[in-house]
Each structure stands twice: as C-alpha cells, then as structure tokens.
Design a protein around this ligand. Structure first.
Ligand code: ZN
Length: 302
C-alpha cells in the first residue's frame, strides 16, 4: 500500500505508531549531559522533551537503530522523488545558495545528506563539489546526472575518510535534525574543515521560534521520527562551540520563500494563538509557514 506523505504541509499522514515499539533509546541532554527535562510535546506514543538548563529539545525516548533503519527502508526514495518534482525547492536552493555565497563562493565543498545532488548543483561552479547521502537511489541519480556525480558517495558522516582540513565549506541542508547523533557528526565536520572554513546549517527547523512554542506537536516542522533533535541558534552554537565552530551568521527565511502566504499565514497563526489562550488547543490545526520557523546558520572554524 502506498502511503501519502506531506511532512511539511498540513498533516502527518503516516502510521508512525507502527514504529513505536522501537522507542527504546533514552537520552540525556546532548548539551549539558543532564537529565533535567520536561515534556514539551506529545504525538501518539512519541514525546518531545525540553532541557530546563539550556532549552535543547529532542524526542525521548528515540527509535533504536533497528527502528530507524526499518522506517527509512519503508520510505527510502520517497523524499528523493518528491525533491525531483518540486519546483518550490529549487527556488529555495537558490535563496540558500545566495546566503552562503556572501561568505564563501569557491573552494572544496561537502554536502552532508545531499540527496540527489540538487543543492550542490545550485552552488556556483567555482566550487569543487562533494556529497554524501545514505539513500542509494539518490546517490545513483547524482552519479549519473551531474559532472560532480562521481564525488557523491553513500556513506555516513561518522564514517567518511576525507583527510583532516580537507574542505573549505561543509553544508548540512535540512539534515542535522535527522541525525541520531548530531554531536559526533559535528565533531567530524570540524575535523574535515580547514581552519577558517565554514559550516553551513541550512533549511533546518528553528525550535526557538514563535510557532514552535505555540504549536508544539502541531508545528509544521514537528515530525517525531524524521526530526529527532530540535535546535535554535543558541543550542546549535552550544553544540558546535566545543569543536571550534563559532556562529557568525544567521538568517530566518520566510517572506522571500515560495512557502509564504503572508496574509493567510498571519491570520492562521493569530487564530491559533487565540484558541490556545482560550484553552482550546485541540481545535488548532497544523501550523503554516511563518517568520522564524526555519533557519540558516553559518559557523566558522577558528
Ligand atoms: Zn541541557
């Protein structure tokens, strides 16, 4: 049976309860390593918690590796196919490209979780382009479609074999929130980045936003299987600082994106806020796109 997936639109139409039996991995906060958190959101069997020390938000417990593998086995290729046909995404790639190229516009770049190579393709040709992606169908597509295609490989960031200081730019576009171990990933990013190089975290949900707090599990970026960790600029900053990565730029794309319907989005969010104030949270629908929902962050290796 084919299932319909609209993660970033209005509803989650997947049977996530089918994976709930794999909810086995309890985690302390990845920033302070403490167990001092409270429930932030609930969705069926899934719970998101928020650390009282530093506002880090994550799904707890999380799916075991077996559970995650099972989930992605069932859905692999879906997002990728969706990306091929989505024009909106292409416009967004262009905007995200323009933002990072204010800092750096040539050198060696690695896109972590590059899917079919679409964002690499959007980047200027003055870059030497490399990508990694675990969806083998997406890797195959990149291999045969682009001139940089043979530099796209199916490997996890933790396992890459690039030399230290090899890259001028490492990109994670819509990726860091999916990783079961973002700390190890960031450590590896820092290792393969050269001194003065940039780490670009783009198109990632901003959990420090107005909508995240208002809507919680009804926030359009909330997906308890795909999105495991929910960051804001401050929590990213804290995660990256121990590895010599310093936040130097931030941008919250909305108005200029193809996802904005400013007037109706405003109305909808205002109505949701009123309903919440009236104690009628159950009447609120899933959030629209809005100011602050997404963020693009630039970090520099010092
Ligand atoms: Zn904490």
């Amino acid at each position: 049976m084919e299932k319909e997936i609209e993660v970033n639109k209005n509803i989650i139409r997947e049977d996530l309860e089918a994976y709930a039996k794999y909810l086995k991995v309890e985690k302390n906060c990845i920033l302070c390593d403490k167990k001092n958190h409270e429930t932030w959101a609930k969705y069926g069997s899934y719970t998101a918690v928020k650390c009282k020390n530093d506002d880090m938000i994550w799904i707890n417990p999380q799916l075991s590796e077996e559970g995650l593998n099972k989930y992605y086995e069932d859905y692999i290729g879906m997002r990728f196919k969706d990306e091929i046909k989505t024009k909106q995404r292409k416009v967004q790639y262009q905007l995200d490209k323009e933002y990072i190229e204010n800092w750096i516009s040539s050198g060696r770049v690695l896109d972590v979780g590059c899917s079919g190579g679409f964002f690499l393709d959007a980047l200027s040709d003055s870059f030497e382009k490399h990508g990694i992606e675990i969806d083998s169908k997406a890797v195959e597509y990149a291999n045969k479609t682009y001139s940089f295609g043979k530099k796209v490989n199916s490997v996890r960031i933790e396992d890459v074999k690039y030399p230290e200081g090899y890259f001028d730019l490492v990109v994670m576009r819509g990726a860091i929130e999916h990783l079961p171990d973002p700390k190890t990933a960031v450590k590896k990013v820092s290792k393969i980045l050269k001194k003065g190089g940039y780490f670009y975290i783009a198109a990632t949900p901003n959990a420090a936003s107005f909508c995240a707090d208002l809507y919680r599990e009804k926030w359009n970026m909330f997906h308890p299987v795909r999105h495991i960790f929910y960051f804001g600029a401050d929590t990213i900053s804290k995660l990256c600082a121990p590895f010599g990565l310093k936040l130097v730029g931030r941008h919250y794309p909305y108005e200029e994106t193809p996802y904005a319907n400013i007037e109706s989005d405003q109305k909808e969010v205002l109505r949701a806020w009123e309903l919440k104030m009236e104690g009628k949270f159950e009447k609120i629908g899933r959030s629209p796109s809005f100011w602050g929902n997404m963020m693009n962050l630039v970090l520099r290796k010092t």
